[in-house]
Structure formats: C-alpha cells, structure tokens
Design a protein around this ligand. Structure first.
Ligand SMILES: Nc1nc2c(c(=O)[nH]1)N[C@H]1C(S)=C(S)[C@@H](COP(=O)(O)O)O[C@H]1N2
Ligand SMILES: [Mo]
Length: 204
C-alpha cells in the first residue's frame, strides 16, 4: 500500500545543500551529451572487446563475456557536466577500476596516467590515482538497468570528482602512460584537471 511512497521517499536526494558546485544547476532529467553519433552494436558478444596497453607488462584484451564475469559494485554519486547541469544521486553498477587492475597483467611502475579510448576516436585523460578511488567504475548499469546506447552501452568510465566529460562513453581501450597526454575535450580548450568545485572549466 505504501510502496509508492516508500519508493519516492527512498529516492529523495539527501539535501542538496553543499552538493552543487559553483555555477551548476540541478536537473532531474538525464541529458545526453557527446560529440559524434551513438554507436550501435548488433552482436556485442562478438564485436566488442576491451583492450589495455601501454605501461603494462603485457597488452591484453578482454572479451565481452570475460569482462562481464568480473565482480561488480554499486556506486551512488553526483555528476556535473561542464555545460552546467548537475544530477544528484545517480546509481551505477560496474567493475571498480582498482578491481579491474587485479584481472589484467601488472602495470609497470611507470604507469601514472590513463588515456581512455572510445568508439569513433573520442579520448579522455585521467591521472591513474583518480581512478584508484573506490568510486571509479567501469560502469555498465545505470539505475539497475543496462546502459542505454545514448548513455554509453555497453561500457563507460565513471571518473569521480571531475566534470562528466571525463566519464567516457563507449569505452574500448585503456592506455596506461608515464606522462599525461590530453584527450579530446582537453585538447579543445577544456581544463585538464576539471574539478567542478574549483570551476576548472576551461584551460587558462
Ligand atoms: N565517447 C564519448 N564519451 C563522452 C562524451 C563524448 O563526446 N564521447 N562526452 C562527455 C560529456 S561532455 C558528458 S557531459 C557526458 C555525458 O554523458 P551522458 O550523455 O550519459 O549524460 O559524457 C562524456 N563522455
Ligand atoms: Mo559534458
């Protein structure tokens, strides 16, 4: 009888106070934002894989089935797009980045940065340290459902504490680097550090 109330109650964000970075507004919607078109997969089991290379003992490739066999966790977090919308309490499920590292060849001690490679050449760069945060996910579910094509199916990165452009959709590769290398938006004048709390929107 109180199911509806309970659901609504459970989903009410715990106060917005102190959770919206400067210059952002809160939206209940889930806007779709990206450069280029949405990739569609007919047969992910055979056409999708995830590659890792660079500062790693051995380059490797995980098939869809291998990736989906990895242990997952749920993360609830706030997301902040540089175009000024923020969404609170988004719930994601996927493989914790630090967990993922246990299932691939060892990183070389020189690995300090990550360049995420996506369909259609989109890239974004993140210091490895940021991805060792427990909220950093290789995410494939949103609010309990498989990601939709628009939001990154079958896999996206969830990069904690940064503007949402560093949460790369349609992820296909992870390159480990000894030196930082700018990604797509970072090269187009967006701020490399991208901390929403410091309003690091654009490069100086
Ligand atoms: N592959 C890819 N990932 C991307 C982008 C993109 O252009 N291509 N845009 C980024 C930006 S600017 C934002 S705000 C978020 C938007 O994610 P959403 O469409 O799921 O809200 O995806 C990020 N990831
Ligand atoms: Mo964005």
């Amino acid at each position: 009888m109180f199911d509806i109330f309970k659901q609504k109650h459970d989903r009410t964000p715990a106060g917005k106070e102190g959770r919206v970075p400067p210059g952002q507004y809160v939206t209940e919607k889930f806007p779709v934002l990206h450069y280029g078109s949405v990739p569609h997969y007919n047969d992910v089991e055979h056409t999708w894989d995830l590659r890792v290379w660079g500062e790693i003992e051995q380059p490797a490739r995980l098939s869809f089935a291998e990736f989906r066999a990895l242990p997952t966790v749920e993360v609830v977090t706030d997301i902040h797009c540089v175009t000024r919308w923020s969404k609170l309490d988004t719930r994601w499920e996927g493989v914790r980045f630090s967990e993922f590292l246990k299932h691939i060849p060892s990183l070389k001690p020189t690995a300090k940065y990550v360049l995420a490679h996506c369909e259609q050449g989109f890239t974004t760069n993140v210091p490895l340290e940021v991805l060792l945060h427990p909220d950093a996910l290789l995410a494939y579910k949103y609010e309990g459902e498989e990601l939709t094509p628009e939001h990154g199916y079958p896999l996206r990165l969830l990069t904690p504490g940064k503007y949402f452009w560093k949460s790369a959709k349609w992820l296909r590769g992870i390159e480990f680097l000894s030196h930082d290398k700018l990604g797509f938006w970072e090269r187009y004048g967006y701020n490399n550090n991208a901390d929403p709390w410091k309003e690091e929107r654009y490069a100086d």
